[in-house]
Ligand binder design. Sequence first.
Ligand code: FAD
Length: 558
Amino acid sequence: MEHLQYLSATNRAEIINTLSTQTFDLLIIGGGITGAGIALDAASRGLKVAMIEMQDFAAGTSSRSTKLIHGGLRYLKQFEFGLVREVGKEREIVYRNAPHLVIPEKMLLPIVKGGSLNKLGASVGIYVYDWLAGVKPKERRKMFSAPDTLNLEGLLNKDILLAGAMYTEYRTDDARLVIEIVKKAAEYGAVQLNYCEAKELTYSNSLVSGAEVTDIQTGKQFNIKALKVVNAAGPWVDEVRELDQSKKGKRLHLTKGVHLVVPFDKLPVKQSLYFDAGAGRMIFAIPRNGVTYLGTTDTTYKGGLENPNVTVGDVKYILDATNAMFPTAKLKPSDVESTWSGLRPLIHEDGKSPSELSRKDEIFISHTNLISIAGGKLTGYRQMARKIVDLVLKQLTTEKGYSKEPCITHKITLSGGQFASPADIKNFIVARSGEAKQIGASPNEVSALVWKYGTNTDEIIEKAYELREADRGLSLTNPNYIGQAEIWYVIHRELALTLGDYFIRRAGMLYFDRPAIAPKLDFVVAQFAKNLGWDAIEEKHQRDYFKEEYEAVLRFDA
Ligand code: FAD
């Protein structure tokens, strides 16, 4: 099968056939950033890779983060200098390899009375951070007096403002980043499937040698055989270790982080801010595509893992802190337009509070050689993958005589990132807007596509022309060829299977443009039905399922 077909939702039966009939060098359980990163690294070093994800790719924590590719300023507070240096370097690599998804973002840090930082501390701290993280000269910190800080951001509380510091963060789209990694891994031959759950592990001579899995779509059960098995299940890492009866010693400590989205005009900040929320905690306010999002909380979590709840207390905490910093905003729970809630899969340390726990990743190797990886950040995914694949290759070299190929992912441009330079993206948008005019696509539509799919927008435009050709442009109502082509693309190139796969993780609309979903829903349902052959019963089932996802973001538990 050609690599692209490995990611078509209409080819699931063939993908399952490949997964069930071949023996892989490596089976990865979990399709978040960690699993996807490992799949790309291993496949690009010539290993035969299978990766399975029980929900959609990135549906776990990797679509529920603050969506920043950090330089790691907060680690400075915990004196984790090595981590600051590593993530600083990584940030630059992720930026270079996925320029359409990683965008520099100025971050203003107000220094306030009773806050966790004073002017000197912030100045020295960010200076050290810039130096450790290797920040580019034009992105290094700037310090401001209180009046100058107010000029930058007039909404700040002038009664408590002492000064301001500006530094640079990079924002991303976490779920799309995972999907672009998955697509690149497929190009290197990795066989990857979403909605496929590892139910049991299988063993040969007391060593783990694969998994018994279930295709969630059809209920079909099958086995995947592999020489090595990696558990990259994020918050579920301990559950997979339990399947292996090896959950001993260190264990996960899950902490929940909630984000709230308000319409931009309710909090029209001029740039992103990182501000004191009291008790030593900080919150981000990040403007993005007509909204401002706020977060996050950091509390120990014990409930169900798939959809961690948002409580009235979470909402109050974030809104109170925001209203204290921006007193004219007077945000109320009814202003919240959307939310998301994610779980940090951190390593438990006795006596430490959620925000004190290290964000460092750790690897556990069990007596059966199940290799588990937990902790870490989006930003460090490539290094986590490198460490795992180095380990797997070391074992395979000793046991099977495999050659020790070096990691090359720092040089691999992710799918959709084939721009000459980040500055070239604007030229690309202008050029493609010209091309797409004839199929009725506006420059805004093309621009939105490019910031999601990068250079793969070319294939979407090509498909739109093909669709127009096929009905000879005779459709009487607005055929929206570009919209049809986009849905075709996510189904046939990104394994989208449900409405949420599109609205949440491929297009980010549930979080960042929820009001625009209702007018678009029927069109998107019709396109999914056409491409995936849904009958009326399936269509109703899919609509009901998505309705639940759509409504859940505004349900706040007591
Ligand atoms: P996940 O993304 O959860 O992936 C694990 C996957 O395994 C899941 O999708 C799950 O469905 C699957 N799985 C589990 N069991 C099975 C099974 N039996 N069979 C098949 N599949 C299975 N990092 C940053 O760098 N920048 C940030 O701004 C940032 N902000 C954050 C904010 C919050 C609130 C949180 C919670 C985290 C944040 N992080 C951030 C950290 C980062 O998001 C996580 O470290 C990262 O996403 C974890 O990825 P993962 O792949 O390990 O886990």
